[in-house]
Design a protein around this ligand. Structure first.
Ligand code: PHE
Length: 469
């Protein structure tokens, strides 16, 4: 980000002219991608695809990205750029310019809460990746059987102290950057490490092609079998579209506030959605051939990538090196997402409670870390504790599962729905037209989508899942 752009392209009148802006369209794309591409793409997408039967689920997920995720991302970025401030204040600013109800800033509050809850378990998974750097580097994976690799993973989950150690380290990494201010350094780091992750993922896909089951994986991922799709699968696909694009919790609003005026919101948002989707699909293409070739279970759940990729690294030439690099990059991808999860609450504490940045980072980070302990224990000592198990759709869900379900499937779509309603029905149309600068037919398409399609689709999936089934 370069300060020199600020005076020429300040955000809405009255916003802080000293705020630096992204130095180019590419750096905004990289930073937004840094938030979007994370454990959601490489850890979560493959395992929920496996659990929900493959092709049909992937199709619904792709539809959700294109028809709901992309328009909402554009809405978030434009709200951020028009407000020119941190999310809650951007909404308040726009509300006061357009003489709207100041309660609209609560949209930001839903996001702040969601980010906080997500980070508590996200950091635990980030910790798994940290642990696997050591596992790969020490050569423990070389030549191992599928059973032995699975055992490494189950031993890790059974050991709360080790999990706590890695969770603590991951959380500390996130807090370190947030305490210093996110902007400095993020751009440069993301612009090197994201392409590196992409290349390594391609390397694993290359290996996966040699396993002989590549075709079966392609069929599994891309040939829809609608008999395998359930209504809860549709909710999960929708929720994951929000999760993977970092939507519904004001992250893109915050990043949009640094976007210079002359840059197209539509083009940049499309780029971010495309990159995010490519990474997820590549992860699927890397993992499923290995699953099938080794007789593993596609529906194995959250441990899927930790039981398949290490197996591949154990068998390929220079696997220890590639494996170490891969998990390092996975940590990095999770780290840039983790930072964007903690940032909104820290910003909010600073603004609303007047705390300084270090104190608010330490405070929020500590509570998040402590909450993470509940997720760690749900993997071992509390594995049978299902607090809301009496509710049908929450049956068998541990605290960890509940946090994941409640945030990704309820809070994020709710946040996104509110953003769509705000942009589609509340904000002034002229202001939006100016921000988006689209051709008339494209604008109309976007406007109809956020006004009607998104609210109806998200609302219908919600109502059906909560009351219908
Ligand atoms: N998009 C991130 C991922 O896929 C997770 C995330 C969700 C980050 C919401 C910020 C906000 O891993």
């Amino acid at each position: 980000m370069s300060e020199s752009h600020a005076p020429t392209s300040g955000a809405m009148e009255g916003s802080n002219a000293k705020r630096g802006l992204w130095s180019s369209r590419l750096t905004f794309i990289l930073a937004a991608t840094g938030s979007a591409v994370g454990l959601g793409n490489i850890w979560k997408f493959p395992y929920i695809t496996g659990e929900n039967g493959g092709g049909a689920f992937v199709l619904v997920y792709l539809l959700c990205i294109a028809a709901i995720g992309l328009p909402i991302m554009m809405a978030e970025v434009l709200i951020g750029r028009r407000g020119g401030r941190s999310p809650v204040n951007s909404l308040r600013e726009i509300a006061s310019y357009d003489r709207l109800n100041p309660a609209w800033r609560m949209v930001g509050a839903v996001g702040v809460l969601a980010g906080f809850l997500i980070l508590s378990f996200y950091s635990v998974i980030g910790g798994w990746a940290v642990s696997y750097v050591g596992t790969a580097a020490s050569g423990q994976l070389t030549g191992q059987s599928a059973e032995a690799v699975s055992a490494i993973f189950s031993d890790l989950l059974a050991d709360p102290m080790t999990l706590l150690m890695w969770h603590t380290l991951f959380m500390a990494l996130v807090m370190l950057v947030v305490a210093k201010g996110v902007r400095a350094g993020l751009e440069r780091a993301v612009s090197i490490l994201m392409p590196a992750l992409f290349l390594l993922l391609l390397t694993v896909v290359g290996y996966a092609m040699t396993t002989g089951e590549f075709g079966r994986a392609v069929t599994f991922l891309f040939q829809p079998d609608f008999s395998k799709l359930t209504t809860s699968g549709v909710l999960i696909a929708l929720g994951h579209a929000f999760f993977t694009l970092s939507l519904g919790m004001a992250v893109m609003m915050a990043y949009g506030s640094y976007l210079p005026k002359n840059i197209s919101i539509a083009k940049t948002s499309i780029a971010v959605c495309l990159i995010d989707t490519c990474v997820a699909l590549l992860a699927g293409l890397a993992i499923f051939p290995i699953v099938f070739a080794n007789g593993l279970e596609p529906g194995a759940g959250p441990g899927l990538i930790f039981q398949t990729l290490p197996l591949a690294f154990g068998q390929m030439p220079m696997g220890s090196l590639f494996g170490t690099l891969f998990f390092l990059l996975l940590i990095f991808a999770a780290w840039t997402s983790g930072i964007s999860l903690l940032e909104p609450i820290v910003e909010w504490l600073e603004e609303q409670k007047g705390m300084n940045r270090t104190v608010s980072t330490l405070g929020a980070g500590f509570v998040c870390w402590a909450l993470g302990i509940a997720s760690i224990l749900s993997l071992n000592l509390w594995a049978d504790f299902t607090p809301l198990g009496s509710i049908d759709m929450l049956e068998g869900k541990t605290i960890f599962d509940l946090l994941d379900f409640f945030t990704a499937n309820i809070l994020l779509p709710l946040g996104g729905l509110l953003v769509a309603v705000f942009a589609g029905w509340v904000m002034s149309r002229e202001a939006i037209e100016k921000e988006l600068a689209l051709s008339e037919p494209m604008f109309r398409l976007w406007y109809i989508t956020v006004r009607f399609i998104t609210p109806v689709a998200v609302g219908a999936v919600f109502v059906y899942n909560l009351f219908g089934a």
